[in-house]
Design a protein around this ligand. Structure first.
Ligand code: ADP
Ligand code: ZN
Length: 607
């Protein structure tokens, strides 16, 4: 076995079928390893290019490549995209009729397919395993492999049973892929899927084109609207909320404010949910307001922003959700509004869950890491990457790098806060404690005669919002706990004592009043703007119209025809012949044949 032929064949397929000039990152090595029959574990960020790592080996190896994927709703798009480049692909899942499934099964058995996508529960049926045993299998790709992790956010019990593949098909290479990179999950994947002998390919988890921003929440919805209007007018984006109700309300609010938004959550009727997802994928510039039920495997390349109106439960979740922005490599924003209520709510959800103590401890640790990311005064990206075990230096493309946060010695305010909580006997919630600090004559203050306390009014020099920020950080730092069984009353923890005694100094992030960004705001806007000249922009717009029409005719999503990045390249290069068009990234032989003449004619008509 010599090395060159594989590499040459793989590169040839990459260029002629997919239209890409060269492999990205570790793709080439991974492809080579799997083509030779090796097992692989691939950890690559969203948008890194995982699909090609099994698609090209499936084309090069004898037999059909079996892709295990939990994403039934997206199989159609995946198969459509492959058909567009001339790859013979199909799927097997519960949305099909018996006849349809039988037809696909026949093609698998007869070796007429390059790739077949199968849902895990389907794969595990005796019928499907028998089919695979009667067929020639080139490889197994286990996509979204982090679904085996019981601690994780996407746990699918069927995934654990996928070890059967190794037992029943020991000679078939397996490639497991995920964008979740933490150490624990990686260990679980190896263990559960029996991938001890697999070669591990760990890419950098940095997504340099994503700008991270976490702002203090005042009026979340209004802040979201300002953010969208000032930086993302007309862009596609995803807004994550914690509850179904908030999803509905936020979508309606955005619509009333003139932004095309659709809701998505697991409580919605299936057809409506699918319809909304299809519209988001196929139309330009839709904002999807969703719970975390939405998004796994969404490979819409031109999502320009991901916004969080509520705090995610873990950094893994945050990273995965924000990773859905900017898959095309063009500038994108990850924006989050975060406040005291988020900390209280997330801590309560862990506290009140039915889970056992170990699970709660793990979840508590994950939340603490997430809070650390929100409260950090240094580079957000460095913090994220360090969490995934990758040392990093300040990035220059997050809020803390762009406008360094101001920290201050908060020892005295923290002492005031802790004393106030102590003086009201640790029996009151945030609102009342802050009233006492600020010397507010509320009914409750009068009722309990709290104006007589020594702490009454000792914090009158600071606003309510400032006190909320201090309290939030005190909770995040673990100085204060919230008692959910007793009207959310605030309690001091053991860690509060050294602060009260003056033995421990506390640094906090200075509260910054939310400022409304002007519509024509300078930096962020230019950040996501493209670099096309007016003439190129005109051609690009024309191509977009052509793509909308063509997508409708072929009944596929627009990005399946060409990505924005490909069209941008066409707009710049203005190819006047098929030969010139062939050199553009994303234009393979099949697409050249199908669309080449139309594109060239369209460019000629504009000259
Ligand atoms: P992942 O599954 O890792 O999130 P995908 O496989 O969907 O990522 O790839 C992300 C994007 O990058 C896709 O638009 C894909 O076409 C593009 N891409 C992948 N590999 C290459 C490459 N070698 N050259 C250019 N573009 C690529
Ligand atoms: Zn940074």
């Amino acid at each position: 076995m010599s090395e060159a032929p594989h590499n040459e064949q793989a590169l040839h397929l990459l260029q002629t079928v997919f239209g890409y000039p060269s492999f990205r990152g570790q793709q080439g090595e991974i492809v080579d390893h799997v083509v030779r029959g090796g097992d692989a574990l691939v950890l690559m960020p969203t948008g890194g290019g995982k699909s090609l790592c099994y698609q090209i080996p499936a084309l090069l190896r004898d037999g059909v490549g079996v892709v295990v994927s939990p994403l039934i709703a997206l199989m159609q798009d995946q198969v459509d995209a492959l058909a567009e480049v001339g790859v013979r692909a199909a799927f097997l899942n519960s949305t099909q009729t018996y006849e349809e499934a039988s037809r696909i099964e026949r093609r698998v058995r007869n070796g007429e397919l390059d790739l077949v996508y199968v849902a895990p529960e389907r794969l595990l049926t005796p019928r499907c395993l028998e089919l695979l045993e009667a067929s020639r299998i080139g490889l197994f790709a286990i996509d979204e492999a982090h679904c085996v992790s019981q601690w994780g956010h996407d746990f699918r019990p069927e995934y654990i049973k996928l070890s059967v593949l190794h037992e029943r098909f020991p000679a078939v290479p397996r490639i497991a892929l995920t964008a979740t990179a933490d150490h624990q999950t990686r260990g679980e994947i190896v263990h559960r899927l029996q991938l001890e002998n697999a070669l591990q390919f760990v890419s950098s988890f940095d997504r340099p084109n994503i700008r991270y921003q976490i702002v203090e929440k005042a009026n979340g919805r209004k802040q979201l609207l300002d953010f969208i209007e000032s930086e993302h007018a007309g862009d596609a984006g995803i807004v994550y909320c914690l509850s179904r109700k908030k999803v509905e309300e936020t979508a309606e609010f955005l619509n009333q404010s003139g932004i095309a938004a659709l809701p998505y959550h697991a409580g919605m009727e299936f057809t409506q949910r699918s319809k909304n997802q299809a519209r988001f994928l196929r139309e330009d510039g839709i904002v999807m307001v969703a719970t975390i039920a939405f998004g796994m495997g969404i490979d819409k390349p031109d999502v320009r922003f991901v916004a969080h109106l509520d705090l995610p439960k873990s950094i893994e979740g945050y990273y995965q959700e924000t990773g859905r922005a900017g898959r095309d490599g063009a500038p994108a924003n990850a924006w989050m509004a975060y406040g005291l209520q988020d900390v209280v709510q997330q801590r309560r959800m862990i506290d009140e869950s039915e889970a056992d103590e170990t699970f709660k401890r793990v979840q508590g640790g994950k939340l603490d890491a997430m809070l650390g990311l929100c409260e950090t005064l240094s580079c957000r990206r460095a913090r994220l990457l360090e969490y995934f075990g990758q040392p990093a230096t300040p990035c220059g493309n997050c809020d803390n790098c762009l406008t360094p946060a101001v920290s201050f010695d908060a020892t005295v305010p923290a002492q005031k806060l802790l004393s106030a909580i102590y003086r009201v006997d640790q029996r009151f919630g945030a609102g009342h404690v802050i009233d006492v600090l600020r010397g507010v004559d509320s009914d409750k203050v009068k009722q309990w005669r709290h104006e007589q306390l020594s702490t009454f009014g000792i914090g009158a020099d600071q606003s309510e919002a400032e006190w909320r920020a201090i309290l939030r950080q005190a909770i995040a730092l673990g100085l204060v706990a919230v008692d959910y069984d007793a009207y959310n009353s605030l309690k001091l923890t053991d860690d509060a004592r050294p602060v009260l005694r003056g033995e421990r100094k506390i640094q906090m992030r200075q509260y910054q009043k939310p400022v409304k960004q002007k519509r024509a705001s300078t930096k962020p806007k230019s950040y996501v703007e493209s670099d096309l000249s007016p003439a190129e922009q005109a051609l690009f717009d024309k191509l977009r119209w052509w793509r909308v029409e063509t997508a409708r005719k072929h009944n596929v999503a627009a990005f399946i025809i060409f990505h924005d990045s490909t069209m941008r390249e066409i707009a710049k290069a203005k190819p006047m012949s098929l030969g010139e068009l062939r050199g553009v990234t994303g234009v393979g032989e099949k697409k050249l044949e199908t669309y080449g003449a139309e594109i060239v004619a369209l460019i000629e008509a504009m000259q």
